[in-house]
Write a protein that binds this ligand. Structure first.
Ligand code: 5AD
Ligand code: SF4
Length: 466
């Protein structure tokens, strides 16, 4: 797998796209406004910031979906419901287009990258004007230019998925908290997961490119970066960057950025070096997202996860020894093919033993092209629904315990918003990535403020400025 050839998108190609961005304004009849609909994970959210960055450079401004000249859906295909949601919204636009024939509809991201999808867009969805996969995101300027200039549909999917494009403009949605991609793709091939097929093989950005990006963010006043990758802790393997993830964290913290987060990590790649770095580096926030997926060894093996429950717990214990204040969160799947009631109960037991701050829980969803979709004994929907209800209830109890245990503590909160429920309250995340609401003043926005926790609700904390 490590022999995969990874190459940067040549500067010439990036310059060519910049040329299209400039040329766009010379088109007499062109879309002036855009709306991006984003589905799925942080990686997609960040891709949308790049799409918005390119469109802004091209002179388009943001507008609501009902009014925008160009509506672009950045899709997800990790589970069936994500896919259906995106498709439903695209089809809804087809109706809108009947009244506004000049409107352009675009679809991009993971779903477009699925096997056979480009063909099906060509044949079954004639109202889609522009489509491109995750590997050709940087080509949006050219595709949009050509679609408008020639009045033709532009559909481009690169099957290879082995490039890294540097220098794409980014329109960041928060001035204080931002994403920085450190690696793309995944080589793990968990048997349920479609990500390696739609995001390609693992490939890491060069440390200097990452550090330069963070340095610029620090100059612009950003307080927190979230380092992104499908499997961040295997950073640096392909191509060899001479630096592992622990080393990268050290270099990123030397930029002076006050807070560093990262996601997602694979338990099998959680090295002692990384745990040590987390233990000694106060700029790394005390939160670790460590997807367990299941609490049963037979299921973990069938998932191709390469760890046992004991190994998972050993890593988590080491993390907690190195950083006693750390909050752990996880991902869990119920109803994996062949999962018995007893095996599911092992997942319930894991939740009780691990005391996760929170967990993302999913019903297994078969994905065409993955190994598990071919496994016998697919679990009936009503059994999975019953299991996820019980799992959520078990985790809710743990979350309540963790949050109540924090009452009386003083935590540092990066203030990013006015509370949704109460306009007199400010809100932000503490080190453990839990939302904290407190009454403050406008001057606190974008600052890191000490807050003493006075009460806990189901998923958030309430506090008083110290
Ligand atoms: N069905 C259900 N959940 C899935 N995930 C990935 N693929 C599937 C699938 N086919 C979950 C895993 C992963 C998270 C991002 O999504 O828990 O960690
Ligand atoms: Fe999917 Fe597994 Fe890769 Fe995560 S590690 S993206 S679950 S294949």
């Amino acid at each position: 797998m490590n022999s995969t050839v990874i190459y940067p998108v040549p500067q010439l190609e990036i310059d060519r796209q910049a040329q299209y961005m400039r040329l766009f304004s010379t088109l007499p009849k062109r879309p002036m406004t855009y709306c991006i609909m984003t589905y799925g994970c942080q990686m997609n959210a960040h891709d949308s910031e790049k799409l918005a960055g390119m469109l802004t450079e091209m002179g388009l401004t943001e507008a609501p979906r009902e009014e925008a000249d160009f509506v672009l859906h950045n899709t997800c295909c990790i589970r069936d419901n994500a896919e259906r949601k995106a498709l439903g919204n695209v089809i809804w636009l087809k109706e809108l287009k009947k009244d506004r024939p000049d409107m352009l509809i675009g679809v991009c991201g993971c779903m477009v990258q699925e096997q056979g999808m480009a063909d099906s867009i060509r044949r079954q969805y004639p109202f889609i004007d522009i489509a491109f996969g995750t590997g050709t995101l940087h080509k949006l300027p050219e595709l949009l230019y050509e679609a408008v200039e020639r009045g033709t549909r532009m559909i481009e999917v690169d099957e290879e998925l082995n490039t890294i494009a540097e220098g794409v403009p980014i329109r960041r949605s928060s001035p204080w908290q931002t994403y920085v991609t450190v690696m793309y793709g995944c080589n793990n091939f968990c048997t349920y997961c479609i990500v390696p097929y739609v995001r390609g093989r693992e490939r890491s950005r060069q440390p200097d490119d990452i550090v330069r990006e963070v340095e610029d963010l620090v100059k612009a006043g950003v307080q927190e970066v979230m380092l992104l990758g499908q499997n961040v802790n295997s950073y640096g393997r392909v191509p060899e960057t001479g630096l592992d993830f622990a080393g990268l964290l050290r270099r990123v913290s030397e930029t002076g950025i006050p807070r560093i987060r990262f996601m997602t990590s694979h338990p099998k790649d959680l090295s002692d070096a990384l745990i040590e770095e987390i233990g000694r580096n106060p700029r790394i926030m005390g939160h670790f997202h460590l997807p367990a997926q299941s609490g049963n060894d037979r299921i973990l093996k069938a998932m191709n996860r390469h760890y046992t429950v004991d190994q998972y717990m050993e890593r988590a214990d080491r993390l907690r020894q190195a950083r006693p204040d750390i909050g752990l969160t996880t991902d869990l799947i119920v109803g994996f093919p062949g999962e018995t009631e007893a095996e599911f109960r092992d997942t319930l037991a894991l939740v009780e033993r691990m005391r996760f701050d929170s967990a993302f829980t999913f019903i297994y969803s078969p994905r065409v092209g993955t190994k598990a979709a071919e496994f016998p004994d697919q679990v009936p929907a009503e059994v999975s629904t019953d299991r996820i209800t019980r799992l959520i209830a078990a985790q809710d109890k743990q979350t309540e315990r963790v949050l109540n245990g924090m009452v009386g503590q003083t935590v540092n909160v990066l203030v990013t918003d006015v509370s949704r429920r109460d306009a007199a309250m400010l809100t932000g995340k503490c080190e453990r990535n839990i939302s904290v609401n407190f009454s403050g003043d406008a001057g606190d926005m974008g600052r890191i403020v000490p807050v003493t926790i006075t009460a806990a609700s189901r998923t958030t904390l309430k506090g008083k400025k110290k």
